[in-house]
Design a protein around this ligand. Structure first.
Ligand code: ADP
Ligand code: MG
Length: 770
């Protein structure tokens, strides 16, 4: 029977695709569709219980908050019938006081006089409703009630019955306004009663290999768990489905890329790459050679490369990228290197020119014939310089262009774009990569794409956020790399250590080296002056690290007291002033942060690179890629405000030369706190991959994905990036296999439907926002 009283006409079988309305009737289906976006039987069955309640394990009455929708399990203590005032529309009012053993709450029911006869003292029932206040006491309002004790006999039929299972287990679903628990439970029950055995989209062989239960069993058990064990088995299967759906989508994207044509860029003997290799002052590491060969092969192919290159800080990714770019240039194409900020773009342009030496002077009079021209294009160029740069790009004069991500938009034209290298910091999402994948507006073939992450990333992140890319890991560090020793300086308990830290900075500087002092914040918080606002507007996305609250440091301080009671983070401007007047008096100090005009930033970086600035007091704007081998010591202030991976990346700025690097993590975090433990972990290992995993463990994964919002609304309900690494890896392998040469899954419609049903719009967004 449908809830609108008419017998449901079931035309044929009820499957996951059947519209809910055909099974449960319009009155139930309408709110489910409107409020929870559940349109089909499959949608409803993938609306899994959020949790399972059991006697004695409901929301604690003591923890109720006004305005919350709750379900409590309680025992009736007293019942009171009240006569309404004469003339009132209310015919009867029943007040029931319920206790869960610790606290009490009253529930008021109107015009349901029979409740008073069922809910006699001692009866145990589930009450769900909204917590309100009545005469200063908490009251459960518009409550629904379901009696759990079976011993109530006939009369209980008059009560909407919530389902309960052996042991009194009650599935509790995510609800919405106008969608009660009872409504969802009844809909699920109705659907499960008539559902045909569900066809399994995953081939039996695969289920057997992965030790998974069938979808039919899993869906039924997750809604009506016969036992803990069966529930675990069901959830494992549903988790796998989510991982598989996600990986199918990603594999589809990878496969789609393979279908596009690309202009092959095979290596050319006697070209600029050969000349570069011959002039290289150091031998390539084995890792650089191996990954380089792989990329060279990709570039030679007839379809675009889409590869992720990750490697330890300092492993020499730039050289790998440059060699790829030179191969493209040798093939008569242009290459673009994109950085997340203008500082980095400028830095990259500088280091490419340095690495190239005379080979980077293309276009100049006495340049070698195979030399290439490196053009920097950023928002801060003068109009004239910008016009020249644009001309270099469109004429093909510039073999290599360097800029921020804005370079790919805003009407910048290339003569023959062959390769895009993205040196990124979680900024370039799948969507943007997808845009690169399609044909270019001018009809040219899509370019090859190489994405480089700044630091090692956890495997699950590589497989999801970057899952549309083939992955390479650059192993090993260049020979002669100096070790970095990291020490935690507990400034509060041991002020003498802090003094010693500044003394160490002086010693390094006196020995001819340079130092970084890193602070979480810029300072100077007064509202931006108009002039500055205007300058800010030209900074584009160059502001990373401008304020710690925007960076990943936020929230990482964790449990040491929260924002109140914590002094404000140390700021570059204050610290620079205080150091100059105090412990570092007499040294050449200069502040650097994202809010400086680009020209100032650039000059500061240049002066630092040239050794004219001895101590750079900076925000995390130096986090990525900045390469000054003569800098040997880094002091990170308020180190507990930074993420572990971020600290690892930061300290990678020292120890790049022949002298050993020193990193001092200054913190006031009290001993024994998680904040201090994180710092200790950073000090204890220099393995970036290990730290990335540890970092993931310590953060909410929503933060990692940058999607705490989308993540919640998404179809990824069971899957966890923290826990389910193995499942994701299995699903990735399986998806790749299943897709084979059929990216549209035309031959496997059930799998296509799985991908579509689990990965709905929000999840695509989830990938794109990350
Ligand atoms: P990252 O992988 O962190 O981006 P970089 O590409 O900035 O590292 O390289 C760090 C430093 O190591 C640079 O100064 C670079 O010139 C140098 N380098 C790169 N490859 C080698 C090598 N094979 N031998 C010695 N030094 C190298
Ligand atoms: Mg780099």
């Amino acid at each position: 029977m449908a809830d609108d009283g008419s017998p449901v006409r079931q035309r044929g079988r009820v499957t996951l695709q059947t519209p809910l309305r055909d099974v449960v009737g319009a009155r139930t289906a309408t709110p489910l569709a409107a409020k929870l976006d559940l349109a089909t039987v499959g949608d409803l069955l993938r609306h899994y219980p959020r949790r399972y309640e059991r006697r004695g394990r409901m929301t604690d009455l003591a923890e109720l908050v006004v305005g919350e929708k709750v379900t409590v399990l309680g025992t009736v203590r007293s019942v009171q019938e009240r006569r309404p005032r004469p003339g009132s529309k209310v015919r009867s009012m029943t007040t029931v006081v319920v206790s869960d053993g610790s606290a009490r709450i009253s529930c008021a029911f109107f015009n349901q006089p029979w409740l008073g006869r069922l809910l006699t003292p001692g009866v145990t029932a589930l009450f769900s409703g909204t917590v309100g206040r009545f005469r200063s006491e908490l009251q459960l309002q518009s409550a629904q009630v379901a009696v759990i004790d079976d011993a109530l006999g006939e009369g209980s039929q008059r009560i909407e019955s919530l389902e309960s299972f052996p042991g009194g287990v009650v599935p509790i679903y995510p609800l919405a306004d106008g969608v009660s628990l009872t409504l969802v439970q009844r809909a699920v029950k109705t659907v499960l009663d008539v559902l045909e055995t569900v066809d399994d989209p995953v081939p039996d062989v695969l289920l057997a290999t992965r030790g998974l239960t069938g979808l039919d069993t899993a869906l039924r058990d997750v809604h009506r768990p016969p036992s803990e064990e069966r529930l675990d088995v069901a959830r494992a299967r549903l988790r796998y489905d989510e991982a598989l759906a996600l990986q199918l989508v990603l594999a589809q994207r990878r496969a789609a890329a393979r279908r596009y044509p690309a202009v092959p860029c095979p290596p050319r003997p006697g070209g600029v790459l050969a000349a570069f290799d011959a002039a290289l002052p150091f031998p390539l590491t084995d890792g650089q050679r191996g990954v380089g060969a792989q990329i060279a092969e990709d570039l030679s192919g007839e379809h675009p490369m889409h590869r992720l290159l990750q490697g330890e800080v300092g492993s020499g990714k730039t050289v790998v990228a440059l060699r790829a770019m030179l191969q493209a240039v040798d093939a008569g194409r242009q290459a673009v290197l994109l950085a997340p900020t203008e500082v980095l773009a400028a830095q990259h342009a500088r280091s490419l020119r340095t690495l190239l030496g005379p080979l980077g002077r293309g276009g100049e009079l006495d340049a070698a014939p195979e030399a290439v021209k490196v053009t920097l294009l950023t928002g801060s160029l003068t109009t004239r310089a910008r016009r020249q740069a644009l001309l270099d790009l469109v004429s093909g004069e510039a073999g290599i262009a360097v800029g921020t991500h804005a370079l790919l938009s805003g009407g910048v034209l290339f003569a023959e774009l062959g390769l895009v290298v993205i040196d990124e910091q979680h900024r370039f999402g799948v969507e943007q990569r997808d845009a690169l994948r399609g044909r270019r507006p001018d009809g040219a073939s899509p370019p090859h794409v190489l994405v480089m992450t700044a630091t090692p990333i956890p495997r699950t992140v590589a497989m999801t956020v970057y899952g549309d890319l083939e992955t390479s890991v650059l192993e090993g560090l260049p020979a002669g790399r100096s070790p970095i020793s990291t020490t935690v300086v507990p400034a509060a308990e041991k002020p003498a250590w802090l003094d010693r830290a500044w003394q160490r900075v002086r010693e390094e500087v006196e020995a001819g080296h340079q130092a970084y002092v890193v602070c979480p914040k810029i300072g100077d918080d007064e509202p931006a002056a108009p002039g500055r606002a205007a300058r800010r507007a030209t900074l584009q996305d160059d502001d990373e690290g401008a304020d710690w609250a925007d960076g990943e440091g936020d929230g990482d301080g964790g449990s040491d007291g929260g924002p109140e009671g914590r002094r404000p983070p140390l700021a570059v401007l204050d610290v620079a002033e205080r150091l100059a007047a105090g412990p570092l008096a007499g040294l050449v100090l200069r502040p650097l942060h994202g809010r400086l005009p680009p020209a100032d930033k650039d000059r500061t970086m240049r002066d630092f690179a040239a050794g004219e600035v001895q101590v750079l007091v900076s925000t995390t704007v130096i986090e990525v890629g900045v390469d000054v081998p003569n800098a040997t010591i880094m002091v990170v202030l308020d180190a507990d405000r930074f993420g572990m991976s971020q600290l690892h990346q930061l300290r990678g700025r020292v120890g790049r030369g022949s002298a050993p690097g020193v990193c001092l993590l200054v913190t006031e975090a009290p001993p024994q706190t998680p904040a201090l433990q994180r710092l200790a972990a950073v000090a204890a290992t220099t393995d970036g991959f290990e730290l990335a995993e540890a970092d993931l463990q310590l953060r909410r994964e929503g933060d990692v994905l940058g999607t705490s919002q989308a993540g919640r609304a998404s179809g990824l309900k069971q899957l966890s990036l923290l826990r389910d690494r193995d499942v994701i890896a299995q699903a990735r392998a399986d998806a790749t296999e299943l897709i084979g040469d059929d990216p549209d899954l035309a031959g496997r419609p059930a799998l296509a439907a799985l991908a579509a049903s689990v990965i709905r719009a929000p999840d695509q967004e989830f990938l794109e926002k990350s």
